[in-house]
Design a protein around this ligand. Structure first.
Ligand code: GDP
Ligand code: MG
Length: 293
């Protein structure tokens, strides 16, 4: 038996959540075309008869622009310590940027082996893959460099094999069959949040949060309420849409996925609420569970 903890680190939008989903083979982390939509540390657990890998998805390391930003930054930094190995995920199709250099400076504070994961290789040529490898390899003493595509699953099983070399423990941390340690309520609100981003696309900034406020399981149906919290009435209007059409679409899409996940009919009610400057109000942040790490 070999086991260990592995953190995914990288700029927003490079594909960390997608990779986590691919490796765990179930939807555990929100993925979105809008940068910075993962705020919480999401653990996904990979199981094989003789292996257990506990993955942690870090929120993208971003410059602290408000309290929430600062918290996620601290959170991200704390994740480079005491870890069996780190996956530094980069977008190979975007090339080396300032943000990557900033993260590599952070990584210098850790003794843990760092695997460079060159993601999105489905978008570039083999020549460009080599170019990327050369560009990164002199900047940091990476333990390994693995080019992959989280989207097409190209080379992701090889990544698992590489990670196995760095697992140090010989205990099973979580019972088998458990794929994520996140609570059901959290998963529910994440699904609604994802559908919101899908439906509204780039129209809304990512200053919103979702919170499951009610959950009642009956014989044939589950009643669920989710609050969508934004900081401005203008955003609230956008989310609701003309005659409530947008919110209805978000509700329909969410319900379909929730019914799949929960295996029962779902009656879902969504409430959009404005809380001015919620990002700067730690009280709310606490209430919403962002500080439970
Ligand atoms: P995160 O912010 O690092 O967690 O990034 P996400 O996992 O949310 O992904 C950001 C965007 O990149 C999404 O639109 C994904 O579908 C896309 N993406 C992720 N991995 C790949 C990949 O391997 N290839 C391509 N073409 N797109 C990807
Ligand atoms: Mg993410």
């Amino acid at each position: 038996m070999r086991s260990g903890f592995v953190s995914l680190i990288g700029r927003p939008n490079v594909g960390k959540s997608t990779l986590l989903n691919t490796l765990i083979n179930e939807k555990v982390a929100i993925t979105s075309k809008v940068a910075g939509t993962t705020r919480n540390i999401i653990q996904g657990i990979y199981n094989e008869p003789d292996y257990q890998i506990v993955f942690m998805d870090t929120p993208g390391i971003i410059r602290p622009i408000n309290k929430l930003g600062k918290i996620t930054n601290k959170q991200a930094l704390s994740l480079v310590k005491d870890i069996d190995c780190l996956l530094f995920v980069v977008d190979a199709s975007a090339g080396l940027g300032k943000g990557d250099k900033f993260i590599m400076d952070v990584l210098k504070k850790t003794d843990s082996p760092v695997i460079l994961v060159l993601n999105k290789i489905d978008k570039i040529s083999d020549e460009d893959i080599l170019y990327n490898i050369n560009e990164y390899k002199d900047l940091y003493p990476f333990a390994e460099i693995v080019p992959i595509s989280a989207l097409t699953k190209d080379n992701t099983s090889r990544l698992i094999e590489v990670i196995k070399k760095y697992l140090k423990d010989d205990v099973k941390y979580f019972p088998e069959g458990m794929k994520t340690s996140n609570s059901k309520y959290f998963m529910i609100s994440e699904i609604v949040r994802e559908k919101l981003f899908d439906v509204t696309l780039e129209e809304i900034p990512h200053s919103l949060t979702c919170h499951t406020s009610f959950y009642e399981e009956k014989k044939d149906i589950i009643n669920i309420h989710v609050d969508i919290i934004v900081d401005r009435d203008t955003i609230k209007k956008i989310i609701i849409g003309k005659k409530g059409e947008r919110l209805k679409e978000v509700g329909t899409r969410s319900r379909v996925e929730l019914e799949n996940m929960l295996g029962k009919k779902v009656y879902l009610e969504l409430f959009v609420k404005t809380i001015k400057n919620w990002k700067d109000k730690e009280r709310y942040i606490k209430e919403l569970g962002f500080l439970d790490f």
